[in-house]
Design a protein around this ligand. Sequence first.
Ligand code: YNC
Ligand code: MG
Length: 397
Amino acid sequence: SYKFWSTQPVPQFDEEPKLIEEGPVRVQKVEDIPTEPIELALPQFRWVTMDLTDEKQLEEVEKLLYGHYVEDDEAMFRFKYSGSLLRWSLLSPGWRKEWHVGIRTGDTLCAFISAIPTQMRVRDKVLQSSEVNFLCIHKKLRGKRLAPVLIKEITRRINLDGIWQAIYTGGIVLPRPVSTCRYYHRALNWMKLYEVGFSPCPTNSTPKLQDIRFRVPENTSTRGLREMEARDLNAVQDLVEAYLKRFDLTPVWSKEEVSHWLLHNKEAPGERVIWSYVVEGDDGKITDFFSFYCLESSVIRSKKHSAIRAAYLFYYASDVALKSPDDRPALKARLNALMADMLILAKKAKFDVFNALSLMDNSLFLEQQKFHPGDGQLHYYLFNYKANPIHGGVNRR
Ligand code: YNC
Ligand code: MG
């Protein structure tokens, strides 16, 4: 049925799935976009633009998401975005205050939606685009068709800035995914995951044996592996850019964005968000790179644990893929060595679980590194852009 989505410039399920020509669904002009906000039918509600550089307003968003954001199907866990993770996600280079949209009743923030600007490459076309995220409505206001109003309002605000495309992801099926990925999980603290009900114990095993099975070595083994530093920015940008050329849907980052998304900022307040590592060869050349970020999940009902600390695989690259593009076994061996070390570093950084999606070259190492498929799927969507199906979507936060 999709009462709302059938009215939007997105490919529909009943349309011929075979596309040849990729491009916008509709073309508009900024002067035709309304300058007034979409009407909020309920009089007690009002639109607000959130200033996330203001600690108090950032905390309001954090609190709304803490109580009402994405849960698993069984309502056991809920994403718990920290203030510093929200700052990283929403105050990225080029961010605009007007794209951080809230709805208040009285003083209370009861709904939110956001976007950031980004350049996105779909196959050979680079588009000025936006990334929409953190759509959230207070549990008491669900099922009132408020989501379409939020989506139309953020669309209006993005369009007013002359941007006509967006990328977004979600666990639910909407018209029409351009790509679909599966979540994979690698236990680092199996006993805790068992105690919170995340990891079941197989019938042919025992908790003790499981815990041993997921242990990782004390120390990393890749020669030249170290934390990424500011002096690596150019080399990492070149390496990641070249590696991403191998995929059909990727961001295109400026130097500033590479720094924002990949470099740990020791001066930034709050919890650490991003961990990035490089491999430096004996000649000083950066040959490999990998990164992960921290996103906790609240454990909704457990006496013993209140949160799971999860690391999410972010971008990575290896010059093995560039030097010998057709040698899959060589790339597989290299990625497995890197990812094994990454798990060791994540364990040292006190993560309970390592999560990754079935994208990029992950199929080369997920199984070997003891990742297991979860129940969750992640669908990737493009707004106002027709594209043929894509395998190996981009990473999202
Ligand atoms: C969703 N996640 O299908 P139809 S992901 C998009 N993304 O419309 P109501 C969604 N649409 O089927 P509720 C959606 N979830 O009639 C539902 N919808 O066509 C559609 N959950 O609205 C749904 N956050 O207000 C239906 O639904 C219509 O009260 C129903 O609110 C939904 O951030 C929601 O999962 C998700 O807070 C806000 O359940 C609420 O149930 C909630 O009656 C927990 O809405 C948190 C959660 C979603 C995380 C995310 C990406 C969002 C992308 C939005 C689309 C952006 C399009 C591009 C715009 C920019 C364009 C440019 C340029
Ligand atoms: Mg609603």
